[in-house]
Ligand binder design. Structure first.
Ligand SMILES: [Zn+2]
Length: 159
């Protein structure tokens, strides 16, 4: 059981990371969707989905960084240090936002949707259910009555 859960989490994180490397070029929506994949896979609440989606997106960023560096896309700016640094910073900031939106998507997908919509709304009916009402026996006649009742509805005796 525990292993099945671990496997499901690992699969969701890896799938999310793969989705991130492909989708992260689409601003906001790409990371959000990849995060939502992770959140849907791990489920179990907003914070939990956020954590796993952030981890997954971080792995996706790592994979992207490896791809970019290994293919030498940045090499053409190699003798222009300022330009290389600028591109590097843009990629880092872009990745940071990517991870942010991925974790947001993961949190929303992992959250109990019902609890999000209930948030801020009062519960409809606060009256106790019949099985929550306490009953006592009347000391005069032995008739059952509600503990909150002032007088017995059988013999009229006060408590
Ligand atoms: Zn009574």
């Amino acid at each position: 059981m525990e292993w099945g859960r671990r496997f499901r989490e690992a699969a969701a994180v890896l799938l999310g990371a793969a989705a991130y490397t492909v989708l992260s070029w689409v601003p906001i929506a790409g990371p959000f969707i990849s995060g939502a994949i992770v959140g849907y896979g791990v489920s179990g609440g907003f914070k939990r989905g956020m954590r796993w989606a952030a981890l997954s997106a971080g792995m996706g960023c790592g994979a992207l960084a490896y791809l970019i560096l290994s293919t030498g896309i940045l090499a053409w700016g190699g003798n222009q240090i300022v330009l290389s640094a600028f591109i590097g910073w843009v990629l880092i900031v872009y990745s940071a936002f990517g991870v942010l939106f991925a974790s947001l998507g993961g949190g929303i997908a992992a959250a109990d949707i019902g609890s999000i919509f209930r948030f801020g709304f009062p519960k409809g009916d606060e009256r106790p259910r019949p099985d929550e009402i306490e009953y006592v026996l009347c000391p005069s006649c032995g008739h059952g009555r509600k503990a909150s009742a002032k007088a017995c509805d059988s013999c009229g005796g006060q408590r």
